[in-house]
Design a protein around this ligand. Sequence first.
Ligand SMILES: NC(=O)c1ccc[n+]([C@@H]2O[C@H](COP(=O)([O-])OP(=O)(O)OC[C@H]3O[C@@H](n4cnc5c(N)ncnc54)[C@H](O)[C@@H]3O)[C@@H](O)[C@H]2O)c1
Length: 381
Amino acid sequence: MKEKQLRIGMIGYGFMGRAHSNAYARVNQFFDLAYQPVLKAACARNVEAVQKFADNWGYESIESDWKALIARDDIDAIDICVPNNLHKEIALAAAAAGKIILCEKPLSMNAAEGIEMCEAVEKAGVANMVWYNYRRVPAVTLAKQIIDSGRLGKVFHYRANFLQDWTISEDVPQGGAALWRLDAAAAGSGVTGDLLAHCIDTAIWLNGGIRDVVAMTETFVKERVHADTGKAEPVGIDDACAFLCHFQNNSLGLFESTRYARGHKALYTFEINGEQGSLRWDLHDLHRLEFFDYNDEGATRGWRSIHVTDHGGEHPYMDHWWVPGLQIGYEHSFVHQVADFLKGLEDGKPAGPTFRDALETQRVCDAVLDSAKSREWKNVT
Ligand SMILES: NC(=O)c1ccc[n+]([C@@H]2O[C@H](COP(=O)([O-])OP(=O)(O)OC[C@H]3O[C@@H](n4cnc5c(N)ncnc54)[C@H](O)[C@@H]3O)[C@@H](O)[C@H]2O)c1
């Protein structure tokens, strides 16, 4: 056990509760850090289910009320892995109790909530982070390094897609476990906050801020049975969203997300085109980065596919894993995020994205939804 412990209170045991627990459990075996996460307590309303989760992952104890978890003085950090409508209330209470906060994305239901959350953590002076984990896929981090080195030159275009197909059937209900994403009261929005938020976070990180947007959204299935009432209720989320934007560097952005792209499960792709080169990345082939360098010798110039697995400091994070040529996967992006967060605590330099960074994505999402409603260009304010 390391000298410095970070005692984790995990709220939620679903998809992200598992992804984060795995990251806390693995991080010290692969990264040499002063801090060690300790799985102190897991919290969810269903005692039996949360006990099973705690036993499986090695949490020392459970709570069924998140307020009781926050009140405990043997917890240093609260990890928020619950539906979006609970993020603000939990974060404000955790900040008031002086806890470090790691919050799942999107930061909040909207920018107004996000502002309150930023003010709360900044007033309390507690370390905070939002789990936009795709930044820490090695191929995406390599894209950032190439862009920051100036090799793409002046950027003209950024385009991103996040395509799924799991809500095409009208029989999929809304609300309740796992399907809260279809319930506007729990999710805030549909694909905009759920999927485009990832695309927007990566885009801002790689290509800078977004100035203005024009968007369209569609809700293909207008009514679905609600898990709480058992009755058909209007659907308030966007099933699909596409938007155009200007970045602050004057490049043009094109974003699309839908849960109605038959055949696509989680196809997150982005491409960036500059005067001297282009990059593209695809979540379904996440360890590869494609790069076109216009400065290559003409006869052999072409798109190259970089297998981002090299050691010796060549490829981000990879020195910590197996041997060159052997790839890693989705769950490692969370391990990297925990590693960077713990290093940030050690060095006193916060790892991004902080709540304040993630608020920027929230502002873009608000402008996108506003624009779709009014059918007008909207400034990101
Ligand atoms: N970073 C990513 O790529 C990524 C991926 C998936 C989800 N998310 C985000 O993570 C969050 C959780 O999503 P998920 O997919 O893990 O959801 P999930 O439905 O799999 O799990 C949600 C959990 O919240 C618990 N919960 C709900 N209400 C609660 C309450 N009042 N008190 C305590 N526990 C409560 C549920 O019991 C469940 O364990 C969401 O904000 C989502 O947007 C992020």
